[in-house]
Each structure stands twice: as C-alpha cells, then as structure tokens.
Design a protein. Structure first.
Length: 308
C-alpha cells in the first residue's frame, strides 16, 4: 500500500521546516515544490496515449525541483507497464524511485496549496497522510513583505489564507485520521512535542536527530539548542511581528475579512484604534481596493488560471 506524506499550506507557514525535520527521519524521503498535483495533474490528457505521456515527461523535466529527483523515465515507463496509466501512478513512481536511491521506504512531498487536491490524493493513495501548515494570516502576510518577489498584495494574501483555512476545516472533517492541521506557532513554541505528535500521526517512531535537521547543511546542529530554544530559521520572535510590521489599516483589513476563521485556530483579533481620517481612508480606499483584489484572485482560482 502506498502511504506517502504530503505537506501543504501557504508560503511562510512553516512547510519547509516541517519537511526538513521529517526528511531527517530514516524512513522518509521528501521532495519539495515539484507541483506535480498543483500544476501537472490532468494537464496533458490521457497518459495511456504515448504522445501525451511523452509531453508530460518533457514538461516535468523543465522543473529543477523534479530534475533533482533524478527520474529515470525509461524505468518509469517499464514500471507503468501495460495497465491503465494514471497521473497518480506516474507521480508515485517518480518518488518511489527517488526514495529507493536514498535507501528509504517511504516518500513525501511538500507542495504549496496541496490541500486543494486532498480528495484526489486520498482517492489515489488511501494510505496517504496530509499535514496542513497554518499560520496567523497577519504574521504570514508580514513575512511575505520581506521577499523580493511577492504574489499579489494584502487582498490576495487574505483571500488565499481564507481558502486554505476553510479547506483545513473541511478536509479534517472529511478525512479524520488522515489529515492533520498544525499551527506554525505551535511548532515553533514546542517543536519536540509537535514532532512527536506528527510521528504518531504518521505511524513512525520519533528520532531526536530530526530536531537537528540532520542532512540539512544550512541549519544542521543549530535548529534546537540544548535548552530546547530555537536557534534555526524559525523563532518565537516571528510570532506577533505584524503588530509592528503592518499598518493599522492592513491589520484591520485582515481581521475584517479573515476574522470569522481566525479565532477557531487560536488567533485572537487585535483592537485597532483609528483617527477619523485613517478610518475614512480605510473605508474609501484600502477596503475597496483590496476587496477587489480578493475578488479577482477568487475568480482566477475558480477558472483554474492562477496556479497556487
């Protein structure tokens, strides 16, 4: 039985850190940003037609995140055999061969917004597990401001968060025992307890070296210090940074449009005080402008044209 592990959620929500910890486990091999389900799934038609399969494989090799898995397409074609070829079988073989190269029996993948494909994934791999990373939408947006290339503005960020958070609720309800939501803040504040809980969820044995990101040269040996404090890329200092990093109008917009979902994940609303000039500007400019951005993203998402 195929029992892969998928890590989803939005950018700046702790997906990479979770992947690196799990990849340090002796049983698990992980890829990331392959976008197999979010970009390549069902994109090339029926893969039982040789031309479609060739086109799919050619396009997939344009991705550096797939190339680093060193896929042997000749072997993959042989392993696919004459049985009906599905995208799920193709994706699984690429990862199974990669895990085999690393001498590990189980594979996983980190892909942003993979939560949108929970139904297809569980249908293809009944033994799969999905970990959904979720972060305070205000802090998540503040973190994206430090990136050189950002995907849209505040309106898009909140629309994406609402979609992801709503899917977290739906998928947990629809797939109990197979779908787990983990808050970024919980992982950062108590990484060992979080990771032990994840290992139980995955039916794997916890290994302490996972906390040290064994095999990750960037952070190896400095992720968790001897006292259990965070010394790696994640730190509790990044929790609540929105209070100083975002304007009052940005905080107000985020809370107005995501505030119905935030408390259910433990994100309390922050009181914001406006002068009458700021309130007027928010109502006549910020709220209308960013709401249009939210609507635009939702439309493109419904049409399937905006990727992740």
């Amino acid at each position: 039985m195929r029992n892969p592990v998928f890590i989803g959620g939005l950018e700046r929500s702790g997906k990479t850190y979770m992947r690196m910890m799990l990849a340090a486990h002796p049983n698990m091999a992980f890829s990331h940003r392959t976008s197999l389900w979010t970009f390549h799934y069902n994109r090339y038609g029926d893969l039982n037609k040789a031309d479609n399969l060739e086109r799919c494989l050619t396009e997939m090799m344009r991705s550096k995140h797939i190339r680093v898995l060193f896929p042997d397409f000749a072997r993959i074609k042989r392993d696919l055999g004459t049985a009906p070829v599905t995208y799920a079988d193709l994706f699984a073989l690429i990862h199974e061969h990669y895990a085999e190269q690393l001498g590990k029996p189980r594979w996983g993948d980190q892909t942003e917004f993979i939560e949108r494909f929970a139904e297809e994934i569980f249908s293809a791999y009944p033994g799969a597990r999905i970990i959904h990373m979720l972060r305070d939408p205000r802090d998540r947006y503040e973190a994206t401001l430090h990136k050189p290339h950002r995907r849209g503005g505040l309106g898009v960020a909140i629309a994406r968060w609402r979609t992801s958070a709503a899917l977290a609720q739906k998928n947990q309800r629809d797939y109990p025992g197979r779908y787990k939501v983990i808050r970024y803040e919980t992982m950062v504040m108590d990484p060992e307890a979080t990771l032990r809980d994840v290992c139980v969820f995955l039916d794997e044995i916890f290994h302490p070296e996972m906390l040290q990101l064994k095999g990750e040269s960037r952070f190896s040996g400095r992720a968790v210090d001897e006292e259990g404090g965070m010394t790696g890329p994640l730190s509790t200092e990044y929790i609540g940074r929105f209070k100083n990093g975002l304007s009052s109008r940005a905080i107000t917009f985020a809370q107005k449009h995501a505030g119905d979902l935030m408390p259910s994940y433990g994100y309390p609303l922050t009181p914001v005080r406006f002068s009458w000039q700021e309130r007027l500007r928010f109502l006549l400019l910020d709220d209308i402008f960013q709401s249009l951005h939210m609507a635009g993203w939702r439309l493109l998402s419904a049409l399937g044209k905006n990727g992740t």
